[in-house]
Design a binder for this molecule. Structure first.
Ligand code: FUB
Length: 334
């Protein structure tokens, strides 16, 4: 695509990058102490060619962004955690998230160990902007990528995670790894994301991770071949009018979708799309309420003119209709 096309896309975009001095992606947004904090991946070009394993996503640190409100300029708080300060991690710091409990902030992140397998880590800070100090070991029993924390009204915290292909989820069954395991066949139930309640100190799983089932309109699990609806990566959970909304990316078909349920453990029933495909292969998001309005935080690769591992975090208002359905957003106007 030519320069002119990207200029046109920038003009048609429903929102612009929150920061342009660095590339950021996979935004996990929360309101802490009345301010919007965004925990993104920090994209860099490490010179690694594109492959289906995602080796070109070779990120080495995390920055935290914050905003006074939707129309305010985003502040970059600098490096909050670097891979050199995580004893167990070797490479690829992918999509993170954070939670507040008491007066501490807990930062959750995936990274690959020297053996090439992803695990999830946690780091602790006194400020929502970091810096965060990593625990010496990954969370026991954790695997795959894309941790997302949900704080329920009863004071429980849940960690959602998982992603197929480069995220390695297809190599696990019943929380056990086997390199021989593969994605389910097209007519078998799709692999679901995982969820585990966190311990009171926020540092471990309080239970073995459970699989989340996403059902179709007939109450049947979505199938592996249903690639426009099945889970791929980018778990997120928000609660709206007492219902649990589980949202995720369909990866190779490039949609952000959601499903609803009555428990943080699911099952969830597929409801529809949140965001049509963006420029760039990946799509990843979070959903957060601020001053009575709901916002979608997402990313695209318009600023880098289509470089899929150089993405920019954006924010757009999200509407739930009178029945609680999310109104689908199209990232670029016609
Ligand atoms: O940023 C690296 C990976 O790309 C994330 O972990 C996935 O969700 C996808 O956005």
């Amino acid at each position: 695509m030519s320069d002119t096309d990207y200029k046109a896309l920038k003009a048609k975009a429903i929102s612009q990058p929150l920061v342009e001095h660095i590339y950021t992606a996979d935004p996990s947004a929360h309101v802490f102490d009345g301010r919007i904090y965004i925990y993104p991946s920090h994209d860099i070009d490490a010179g690694i060619p594109f492959n289906d394993n995602g080796d070109h996503f070779a990120m080495q640190d995390y920055h935290v962004l914050s905003l006074d409100g939707p129309d305010a300029k985003a502040v970059d708080h600098g490096v909050a955690l670097h891979i050199n300060d995580v004893p167990w991690a070797e490479r690829q710091m992918w999509a993170p998230d954070a939670a507040k409990k008491g007066d501490k902030y807990y930062f959750y992140f995936p990274a690959k160990k020297a053996d090439g397998r992803f695990q999830l880590g946690v780091a602790i800070g006194d400020s929502p902007a970091g810096p965060f100090t990593a625990q010496p070991q990954p969370i026991q029993g954790s695997y795959s990528i894309d941790p997302a924390v949900f704080a329920d009204d009863d004071g429980s915290y849940y960690l959602y995670f998982g992603g197929i292909w480069g995220g390695q989820l297809q190599q696990y069954r019943n929380n056990r790894y086997d390199a021989q395991y593969a994605e389910p066949a097209a007519d078998e139930p799709a692999l679901g994301p995982k969820v585990a309640r966190l311990t009171d100190n926020m540092l471990e799983f309080a239970e073995a991770p459970r699989e989340i089932i996403i059902l179709d309109e007939h109450g049947q699990p979505l199938l592996g071949g249903d690639t426009e609806r099945r889970f791929f990566e980018a778990s997120w959970l928000h609660k709206y009018n007492g219902k649990y909304y589980f949202s995720y990316s369909t990866g190779d078909t490039h949609f952000l979708c959601y499903a609803t349920g009555d428990s943080p453990y699911g099952p969830f029933t597929y409801q529809g799309r949140i965001l049509e495909p963006v420029i760039g292969w990946t799509t990843h998001h979070s959903i957060c309420e601020f001053n009575g309005k709901w916002y979608l935080f997402y990313h695209d690769s318009v600023l880098s003119e289509g470089v899929t591992h150089l993405r920019s975090v954006k924010m757009a208002e999200l509407q739930h209709d009178a029945q609680g359905r999310i109104c689908t957003l199209t990232p670029y106007r016609d």
